[in-house]
Write a protein that binds this ligand. Structure first.
Ligand code: FAD
Length: 354
């Protein structure tokens, strides 16, 4: 693969003490469409723009290194110019989509850096006939789910649980969620992408070549450039799915059930996703014990689910009253601990349950 990468830029910048923020800002002025999209620490909106997508609150502290400049491009064509200006002025680029990086790598760095924040490049276009969608890399998976759901209750996309997760980081790293058993990871369902390389050249899958496409669909995006957009293949889901979330504490054989689940779960039919989350709880007598929460999304109705569970995992003693049928998009909110009748608009907002 001959395409130069952003990591090349990162290395050279990290070694340089010549970062020139004034030169960078001067350079940006050559594209007048960018001027209203630039935030320096003296701008009253700088802090709120920075904090908006800092999802790990540890990094809201003053000791976290701050960007010299934040740019929120509105159009793809603005990004090559930003990259060239950063290169010329020895500034490292951090690219941010949903801001859910566990280590804050999309908005913090030890060397002088600027943020390209893609939150305005978040348009989602769903083609129900073709069962595809194009989405800007600044979109969240919640925005994607919402836009699919308002067009068709029978289509979905295999990605994560938390609607605030951004498709820029999520898709380039894999992306798994409740549809993983039937449809694989998000990256198994990406059919095209647009990316700006370190030389400011925009590529689609065809012009970037299969090596680079392979790298950005699992190897992380920021090592290779700024991903602008993804084209994804949508998948079929029934209009009603069945969900349950049940607790089994130690007096209800939690440990034995977790042990048994490890043997039966990999052999369930692909329509059945069943995960278990183990937590420590304190009983009313003040004793510490374990709680197993079994959480499922089944691509079918309650009757079929009960039959499958009776056959494959009778030890769980699942009963009808513990199950609820709902649309697939409602199951996303349900799994984020929202009430069953929550409005779908919640998928669009910046909420996070973590
Ligand atoms: C609350 C929470 C829930 C999660 N749930 C799941 C889950 O259910 N399933 C799962 O698989 N994972 C899950 N994750 C992990 C999540 O997929 C990763 O943390 C992912 O990288 C976040 O992407 P982001 O765009 O939100 O983050 P960001 O912080 O914006 O980006 C993460 C990384 O990707 C880079 N990047 C972002 N956008 C681009 C772009 N356009 N071009 C190039 N590089 C880019 C950033 O520079 C950074 O290095 C979860 C994480 C959190 C915090």
């Amino acid at each position: 693969m001959t395409t130069p990468t952003i990591s090349t830029l990162r290395c050279s910048c990290a070694a340089s003490a010549d970062a020139n923020v004034d030169g960078f800002l001067e350079c940006l002025k050559q594209d007048s469409s960018i001027s209203s999209l630039v935030y320096t620490p003296t701008n009253p909106s700088y802090q709120s723009v920075l904090d908006f997508s800092v999802r790990n609150q540890r990094f809201l502290s003053n000791s976290t290194p701050k960007p010299l400049v934040i740019i929120t491009p509105e159009y793809e064509h603005q990004i090559p110019h930003i990259i060239n200006c950063a290169k010329q002025n020895q500034l490292q680029i951090r690219t941010r989509s949903g801001g859910n990086d566990f280590e804050g790598r999309s908005y913090a760095s030890e060397v002088p850096f600027v943020i390209i924040d893609l939150l305005k490049l978040s348009e989602v276009t769903v083609d129900v006939q073709q069962k595809t969608a194009w989405l800007g890399a600044g979109a969240t998976i919640g925005v994607l789910y919402y836009n699919i759901a308002i067009k068709s209750p029978r289509l979905a996309f295999p990605a994560g649980f938390t609607p605030t997760v951004g498709v820029g980081g999520h898709f380039s790293g894999g992306g798994w969620g409740v549809l993983v058993r039937k449809y694989g990871l998000s990256v198994d369902n990406i059919i095209d992408a647009r990316i700006v390389d370190v030389n400011g050249k925009i590529h689609d899958r065809n012009s970037m070549g299969e090596d680079l496409f392979w790298a950005i669909t699992g190897g992380g995006g920021s090592s290779f450039g700024v991903i602008l957009a993804w084209k994804v293949r949508l998948v079929d889901v029934p209009e009603r799915v069945t969900v349950f979330k049940i607790n089994r504490d130690s007096e209800k054989n939690a440990t034995q059930l977790i042990h048994r689940w490890q043997y039966v779960a990999p052999n369930f039919e692909e329509d059945l996703f069943l995960r278990v989350i183990a937590t420590r709880i304190t009983t009313s007598e003040g004793m510490m014990t374990i709680r197993a929460t079994f959480n499922s999304v089944f691509l079918g109705g309650i009757d079929r689910l009960l039959a499958v569970m009776q056959e494959k995992f009778p030890e769980l003693c699942l009963v009808r009253e513990e199950c609820t049928e709902m649309s697939w998009i409602q199951s996303i909110l349900y799994n984020s601990d929202f009430p069953i009748d929550s409005h779908l608009n919640l998928c669009l907002t910046g909420f996070s349950m973590m």
